[in-house]
Write a protein that binds this ligand. Structure first.
Ligand SMILES: Cc1cc2nc3c(=O)[nH]c(=O)nc-3n(C[C@H](O)[C@H](O)[C@H](O)COP(=O)(O)OP(=O)(O)OC[C@H]3O[C@@H](n4cnc5c(N)ncnc54)[C@H](O)[C@@H]3O)c2cc1C
Length: 395
């Protein structure tokens, strides 16, 4: 492998753009090469990290308000924080320009800016879209008050990791007094969570059946309008409320190779083809599985590759992202844990009511879950702070 040159007498400058799980995992993985090995900068428009798998559910999930101060996190990981947004990237000149006119020079850059949460269905609330948080919170209030008879959750086409739709359906149904709200999931999938294989799908379907949640498969509604969910060929059933998963797309950054939805094309190590100093990980990268657990695994592989290419390691061949998916599905009363991996070309799933990994977090794998668990246990205001916790958290 060819190392990329860095000016002599100084530490390699690594710029990580993003403030989500993928970016934070990259910082933790880089730190393992020594707290002073790199001059690392985190570029994030927000000064706080939010745990999206819980915060998106408008109070239906526990611990939804958890946030982490990014300046403290970055400092503990040996990095600096710039609160701004990546605007453009000149890979040849090795400079990133920010929305507020700043310029940050780098020797290696990791793009972890996530997906843009596009409207899921005209007329519906989009789950996880910042502009729709209030609307979802109001719907949850109405469900809790028992004034919603029928609600639909829609999986639009272009979404492979559909689990949040089934989770939201379970949480809404549980929140309704006496199960008063009839919830249906409408999906273009042939069966729930089709992409994770038959065993995973069967486990989710069985849970939905037990809870009386209907699923309409192989269809993509056109819109929610005047109290009706407009389905092609199947009519327009009346519903009181519709929530759709977001239809994600990428940032289409000029100068970066992108797929037809604007996601950044990467190889198995997260490298952007043709750009020796740029990597992309997490939801911004062009791959179908937009999932936090997958994002942290990608982040670890890319961070290792960054260290290799900056000649900080022995250039040993590194494994690429392991073919494993872990999901913790909340249903309002407990958690169903599912772990799927590819064995001899077949997807095998283990299902359990008890944890299948530790800590048993929604986003599993990598270093960040242990760090967050330690952070929760010790508290953000702990005298030792995250720096002490970083020492305690394992991979
Ligand atoms: C309701 C819901 C439930 C989910 N449940 C699970 C689950 O149980 N398990 C699981 O593994 N995954 C789950 N996911 C998916 C998971 O949240 C995402 O896959 C994961 O957050 C992706 O991480 P990321 O860091 O790539 O992107 P994000 O988490 O989207 O973070 C992107 C970051 O980049 C920042 N950013 C954006 N633009 C710029 C820019 N121009 N410059 C700099 N920074 C920028 C953003 O502010 C943000 O901080 C769920 C998602 C939702 C919506």
């Amino acid at each position: 492998m060819t190392s990329i040159p860095v000016g002599s007498g100084r530490r390699p400058r690594v710029l990580v753009a993003g403030g989500g799980v993928a970016a934070l995992e990259v910082l933790l993985a880089l730190r393992e090469h020594g707290p002073t090995s790199f001059h690392t900068t985190l570029l994030s428009p927000d000064d706080r990290f939010r745990y999206r798998p819980l915060s998106a559910y408008a109070g239906l999930a526990p611990d939804a308000s958890r946030t982490v101060d990014l300046a403290r996190f970055a400092a503990a990981a040996g990095a600096g924080l710039v609160c701004d947004r990546l605007a453009t990237l000149d890979a040849e000149a090795q400079v990133a320009r920010t929305a507020h006119g700043g310029a940050i020079a780098f020797d290696a850059m990791v793009l972890a800016t996530g997906a843009i949460q596009g409207e899921g269905l005209p007329g519906a609330i989009t789950l996880g879209a910042p502009g729709d948080e209030t609307a979802l919170a109001m719907l949850v209030e109405r469900v809790r008050a028992g004034t919603v008879d029928r609600a639909a959750v829609v999986v639009p086409s272009g979404v492979a990791w559909s689990l949040p739709a089934y989770e939201l359906a379970l949480l809404l149904q549980h929140a309704a007094p006496d199960g008063r709200t009839a919830v249906v999931v409408v999906t273009r999938e042939a069966r729930p969570m089709e992409m994770a294989g038959r065993e995973f799908s069967d486990a989710v379907t069985a849970l939905l059946d037990r809870r009386g949640i209907a699923v309409t498969t192989s269809t993509a509604p056109d819109s929610f309008d005047e109290g009706r969910l407009w389905l092609p060929l199947e009519g327009a059933p009346e519903v009181d409320a519709v929530v759709a998963l977001a239809r994600p797309h990428g940032p289409s950054l000029p100068g970066l190779p992108c797929d037809d939805r604007g996601f950044v094309v990467v190889d198995a190590r997260g490298r952007v083809p043709g750009l020796a100093r740029v990597w992309a990980v997490g939801d911004v990268a062009a791959h179908p599985v937009k999932q936090g657990g997958f994002a942290v695994l990608q982040a670890d592989v890319a961070a290792g590759d960054v260290a290799d290419r900056l000649a900080l390691t022995g250039h040993a061949p590194r494994p690429s992202v392991p073919p494993v998916l872990r999901a913790a599905l909340l249903d309002g009363t407990g958690t169903l844990y599912l772990r799927t991996e590819r064995v001899d070309g077949t997807l095998r799933t283990t299902v359990s009511d008890g944890p299948l990994w530790w800590p048993p977090t929604k986003i599993a794998g990598g270093r960040l879950p242990s760090w967050l668990a330690a952070f929760d246990a010790h508290g953000a205001g702990d005298a030792g702070g995250p720096a002490a916790l970083l020492g305690a958290g394992g991979a």
